[in-house]
Design a protein around this ligand. Structure first.
Ligand code: NAD
Ligand code: UD1
Length: 337
């Protein structure tokens, strides 16, 4: 198949492009490089065994989208492009609504005009909010987000449901990621955001490389066994493989399907830090800090629906996640700021 991947030079998009190319799909990437670098195209091609078409541009540019659909006629779109930084979304909400909402609506309009029916969307566990209890399963009501980033995910899910109701031939998959971490096992591809990271794993790697003086453990009195936040960390390659299964499932189908992509296991910050220290042999300086506003204590997935309907299950361990992050952060200093 031919797949348009928006945000394909980003963290999850680039790993998914590798798997798409490995499966023999033709890949067209649209990315404006706001949070990624064109240099990742080289490892993507080398690891995937094929060369993606790269279009540098903005998904809000409708004439550009029309030209991509006319020229490449993709069978499906995997939509990763968007902004994802929670604190930034609180400071610049309009930027987030403009990029994430207007970007998605413009993309859907172009798809509709071109007759492209299959769409996979990067949603997030953040849509479960703080009122549901773990493990989160797909039939739970979505909650209220505590920040504009999370609100865009809830709103886009609704936009996609409304779109599918009006377009009975459309086939839409909402993939709710838990906490993607890790890197390609080759060490050639990983997470290389522009600017300062704010998620735990790239921060751990920065502290281990001596780029940051200490890791702040944000929150020590949550109602969890060791007091630190518990999350469902999932290896980015497992996540990418989940997209392959979702694509297989939705092409030729119709309607909206929703899947959690996680491991189903909760891991605390201290457990993650200990695993990283063991794998890397580096002891991380730590400071204990109050929790971040809006943070939930525990978040992990019920993964039975993805196992049952997609035949997908995450395979990689927390040690794999730590080892691959550590390898990448030392091998590709050129890609990381
Ligand atoms: P990322 O920032 O690495 O990738 C997003 C890509 O989109 C970047 O390459 C960026 O340059 C591009 N982009 C941004 N605005 C654009 C625009 N207007 N036009 C074209 N390209 C644009 O992020 P990621 O971690 O790979 O996340 C991918 C998707 O998954 C995002 O939608 C994110 O919200 C979602 N998600 C991520 C996580 C996570 O922890 N990484 C968790 C849940 C959901
Ligand atoms: C955060 C976002 C979420 C988003 C996800 C992926 C918030 C409130 N939530 O989730 O909406 O979908 O990223 O982008 O920001 N931690 C530390 N020290 C740090 C940073 C984090 O101890 O410097 C802890 C946190 O308390 C948490 C865990 O590490 O327990 C994971 O944090 P993070 O990687 O930011 O992910 P989430 O909070 O799950």
């Amino acid at each position: 198949m031919k797949i348009l991947v928006t945000g394909g030079t980003g963290y999850i998009g680039s790993h998914t492009c590798v798997e798409l190319l490995k499966e023999g799909h033709a890949v067209v990437i649209l990315d404006n490089l706001r949070n990624s670098k064109a240099a990742v195209l080289e490892p993507v091609a080398a690891l995937g065994g094929g060369t993606p078409v790269f279009v540098e541009g903005d998904m809000r540019d409708r004439p550009l989208l029309d030209s991509i659909f006319a020229r490449h006629a993709p069978d499906a779109v995997i939509h990763f492009a968007g902004l994802k930084c929670v604190p930034e979304s609180i400071l610049n909400p309009l930027d987030y609504y403009n990029t994430n909402l207007y970007g998605t609506v413009t993309l859907l309009e172009a798809m509709q005009a071109a007759g492209c029916k299959n769409f996979v969307f990067s949603s997030s566990a953040t849509v479960y909010g703080s009122k549901n209890s773990v493990p989160f399963h797909e039939e739970m009501p979505t909650g209220t987000a505590t920040n504009p980033y999370g609100t865009t995910k809830i709103m886009i899910e609704q936009i996609l449901r409304d779109y599918a109701a009006a377009q009975p031939a459309a086939s839409i998959c909402l993939l709710r990621y838990f906490n993607p971490v890790g890197a390609h096992p080759s060490g050639k591809l990983g997470e290389s955001p522009n600017g300062v990271p704010n998620n735990i794993m790239p921060l751990i790697a920065d502290v281990a490389r001596g780029r940051l003086p200490a890791l702040q453990i944000t929150g020590t009195d949550f109602e969890t066994p060791d007091g630190t936040g518990v999350r469902d960390y999932i290896h980015v390659v497992d996540l990418a493989l989940g997209h392959m299964k979702a694509l297989e499932k939705i092409c030729g189908s119709t309607g909206v399907s929703v899947y959690n992509l996680g491991t189903g296991k909760g891991v605390s910050v201290l457990e993650l830090v200990r695993a990283f220290e063991q794998v890397s042999g580096v002891t991380l300086p730590k400071v204990f800090a109050p929790c971040r506003p809006g943070d939930v204590a525990v978040c992990y997935a019920d993964t039975s629906k993805a196992a049952r309907e997609l035949g997908w299950k995450a395979q990689r361990s927390v040690d794999d996640m730590c080892r691959d992050t550590w390898n990448y952060s030392r091998l590709r200093e050129d890609l990381i700021n």
